[in-house]
Design a protein around this ligand. Structure first.
Ligand code: BG6
Length: 507
């Protein structure tokens, strides 16, 4: 994570993308590399090599990438910048399971290095289906491509999902460690790369007024929402196996939670920060079967309608989805953290597809003052609203504080008002970032702060495993249980209502 205002270009390297013809490469990685190039954050000696099973040559690959990126950037496409950077990409067809392909790759990388003047630093990006993560790492190791020397580093970025349960995540960690050292492995969670998620640390630890009231004495409860308007799109085979718990809670929402609830690290060092993330996740009260039934809610969207009148199909009617699918597209859970700071403060997490909007936020709801002296003098509301700090992750990025103010007039009544900070008022919004820019840049620079260590991944799965087990043993009876374009099943509202709360209405 860079702390300087004008970061330097990342060190030269060859970026090797496995899954080069896939969706993630087209939608996220190439645009992110292009954004980095336009911000002058890539070395002129950077080279990119795509590897995939599709047969084509480098020229055809460059043209495909160019077409894809133009369709995202539209008229703002800078051809000269493209030609000088991604436009020089190489492609090598290869079978991820075939040892021979890796020996060819080794030779190919030497050739690319010579042609581009790129050094022997290799960043291997695994943008493949997860079933290939272990085999690619193993074959890279066998081909000698994981070995570092004084002059050359070798790094591996692994996409999510990292395993599909605790056992498989442990097994994958063990497989990776047979070929790569932990310091070479960068497990990605693009939520940690989002500016607004990184800003939670800046807000908490860069302001003297925030931390003193960031604890159980002042905070009543915390809500973390990641709502998506999209449905399953064309990812049926992945999503049917994953579901919202694995796809979002086990990684992105727990990642946000760890940043919100962590203790201040002793330094800005990668391991100091990651130690604190893990410490807070380990302090979450583990779920037993009873608690899973009580404190978790799962949902699946049925058909629904947009405000425009457009009909939205039910999850079970989406292409590639089983007509009796039990996969959850919505999850809400209540967590308690057994720590000095958070004892007694509930954390409510929810995420869902086909919500009425794309909206991610963290709400810190504060306790009332000790003596509500205004009660009874107000006519317009029966109670005083609590103070809420809303950290808006996306799309309307910013922070707001909701507090009460006196309504002008002779009568002394108060109403809630809002103080807002919007990123666009202060910062250059043309510096676009999906999170991937920061993460690729950090990996090239060897900064692992925003990546997940092996122990972090396993702690997340330890937490989620009992929920997976109970849900598997008791298939849902009421799916679909929320209409597309709604805020999820009623049980999710009841989860909070039981404690006297409600989800913050997104305005
Ligand atoms: C991905 C999930 O990791 O994150 C997707 O697999 C989800 O299902 C996406 O849509 C959300 O990311 P973002 O950045 O669009 O909020």
């Amino acid at each position: 994570m860079s702390q300087t205002k004008q970061p330097l270009a990342a060190p030269p390297a060859i970026i090797v993308i496995f899954g080069a013809a896939g969706d993630l490469t087209k939608r996220k990685l190439i645009p992110a590399l292009f954004n980095l190039a336009s911000q002058k954050l890539l070395s002129p000696k950077i080279a990119m090599v795509g590897v995939d099973r599709v047969e084509m040559d480098s020229e055809a690959y460059r043209q495909t990438l160019g077409r894809e990126v133009k369709s995202f950037t539209g008229e703002g496409f800078d051809q000269a910048l493209w030609d000088a950077n991604i436009g020089k990409a190489y492609y090598m067809p290869g079978d991820f399971r075939d040892a021979e392909s890796y020996l060819q790759l080794k030779k190919f990388l030497l050739q690319v290095g010579e042609e581009q003047g790129a050094p022997c630093n290799y960043l291997f990006y695994l943008a493949t289906p997860p079933s290939f993560f272990g085999v690619i790492a193993t074959e890279l190791g066998r081909a000698g491509l994981a070995e570092e020397s004084d002059d050359c580093w070798r790094r591996l970025i692994i996409e999510k999902p990292f395993g599909r349960d605790l056992e498989s995540a442990r097994a994958l960690n063990a497989t990776l460690h047979q070929s790569f050292h932990e310091h070479q492995i960068y497990r990605i969670d693009h939520y940690l790369g989002k500016e607004t998620v990184q800003n939670i640390m800046a807000y908490r630890f860069g302001n003297g007024t925030v931390e003193p009231i960031w604890n159980h004495r002042y905070v009543d409860h915390v809500q973390i929402t990641v709502a998506e308007s999209l449905g399953v799109e064309d990812r049926a085979s992945y999503y049917e196996e994953a579901g919202a718990l694995r796809d979002m809670i086990a990684n992105h929402l727990l990642a946000v939670l760890s940043v919100v609830a962590m203790e201040p690290p002793n330094s800005f060092d990668a391991n100091a920060i990651r130690d604190e993330h893990i410490k807070v996740l380990k302090a979450i009260q583990p779920f037993d079967a009873e608690q899973v039934l009580l404190d978790t809610v799962r949902g699946q969207y049925g058909e629904g309608m947009l405000a425009s009148g457009e009909h939205l199909p039910a999850y079970r009617d989406e292409p590639g989805i089983a007509g009796d699918s039990h996969t959850e597209t919505y999850v809400a859970i209540k967590l308690m953290i057994d720590s000095w700071r958070w004892a007694g403060v509930p954390f409510y997490l929810r995420t869902g597809k086909r919500m009425p909007g794309r909206y991610s936020e963290v709400v810190i709801q504060y306790r009332h003052g000790p003596n509500m002296m205004f009660r009874g003098v107000r006519e317009r509301r029966s109670d005083i609203e609590p103070n809420r700090l809303v950290l808006r992750i996306q799309p309307d990025e910013g922070i707001s504080m909701e507090f009460n103010a006196k309504v002008p007039g002779t009568e002394f009544s108060v109403l809630p008002v809002r103080m807002d900070f919007d990123y666009e008022d202060y910062f250059d919004e043309s510096v676009t970032s999906s999170g991937y820019e920061t993460l690729i840049y950090d990996c090239l620079c060897g900064d692992a702060t925003l990546f997940k260590r092996a122990d972090y991944i396993e702690v997340c799965w330890e937490l989620v495993q009992p929920i997976l087990d109970v849900w598997q043993a008791l298939p849902p009876r009421s799916f679909p249980n929320y209409p597309a374009c709604s805020w999820g099943p009623e049980e999710a509202d009841e989860l909070l209502a039981r404690d006297g709360y409600q989800w913050r209405m997104v305005k």
